[in-house]
Design a protein around this ligand. Structure first.
Ligand code: THG
Length: 265
């Protein structure tokens, strides 16, 4: 599982305050904690700051990279904010995300074409949120073909079928899970990703719902997720589910995690 740490997001109170105060140490602590807990990428999102998003996103990238070698997942719907953050990024980041929304697609594609960056392809278009699995597949097909034509290797594409809250519509859980199964079958070598905790929005005991949903998604082939890596039960659950799904030769990762004490407490 490719873990993208979700915690440096300005929609969270402490992060918003740290950005406004220019408190680099506070941001850096959250970056270090997530890297140590097993994050492969550190998501950075300054989306609530309309007008200042490019400047703040760039600052977040610089600030995070001063304390960790883990690359960032640059999280914005605005191609100019992504471009500003990219200019500051060392190494190979993840772009979060491109979608089929015309303006976003047309502006972002030339920035990423021919590069080795990882790219999240979000199943969203100008027609709004996809409703059915077929809607998602249609968008995914157009996005993946467009990215490959622009010399993004299929192994660097992470399709995100969009997790929506199961409290809003009981079909949203299975809709997502079935889309993962179809995407993995349709595009050999592709990766998948999602903002997993959207599933539990509006419900109590969110961590419990998130952990269980993760297990269901792993069974269908999910191999990337934007999550809270400080949730120890979630991290242990991922290790166990991947072994059970046949993605851990001789349960080596599972045994290693056990020896490291991941299943205690
Ligand atoms: N797809 C893609 N990118 C995304 C999303 C997606 N980026 C944004 C969002 N959705 C995913 N990021 C978050 C970040 C924080 C939270 C949820 C989704 C969140 N955090 C808890 C809080 O602030 O209270 C803390 C988590 C915890 O303690 O367990 O809710 O769908 N491509």
């Amino acid at each position: 599982m490719i873990i993208i740490g979700e915690l440096i997001n300005a929609s969270r109170k402490a992060i918003k305050a740290a950005i406004e105060a220019g408190d680099a140490a506070a941001i850096q602590q959250v970056a270090k904690d997530q890297a140590e807990a097993g994050a492969d990428y550190i998501d950075v999102n300054a989306g609530i700051f309309v007008g200042q998003e490019p400047e703040y996103l760039k600052w977040l990238v610089e600030t995070v990279q001063q304390v960790t070698d883990k690359p960032c997942a640059i999280d914005s719907p605005d191609p100019s904010a992504i471009e500003a953050a990219l200019a500051a990024h060392r190494g190979t980041p993840m772009i979060n995300s491109i979608s089929l929304e015309k303006d976003r697609y047309d502006k972002l594609m030339p920035i990423i074409a021919g590069t080795q960056m990882k790219v999240i392809a979000l199943c969203m278009s100008d027609d709004g949120m996809p409703q059915t699995v077929d809607d998602r597949m249609k968008i995914a097909d157009t996005l993946v073909n467009g990215l490959v034509k622009n010399d993004i290797p299929v192994e660097n594409i992470f399709v995100d079928p969009l997790v929506q809250p199961v409290s809003v519509d009981k079909a949203f859980g299975t809709g997502f899970i079935n889309a993962i199964e179809r995407i993995v079958a349709a595009f050999p070598g592709i990766h998948t990703a999602c903002g997993l905790s959207n599933i539990s929005y509006g419900l109590p005991a969110r961590k419990f719902m998130n952990q269980t949903f993760m297990t269901m998604a792993i069974a269908k082939g999910l191999d990337g997720a934007i999550i809270n890596p400080l949730d120890k039960k979630m991290m242990a659950n991922i290790i166990a589910a991947e072994a059970l799904a046949g993605r851990d030769n001789f349960c080596m990762n599972y045994l290693k995690a056990f020896r490291a004490g991941m299943f205690e407490g």
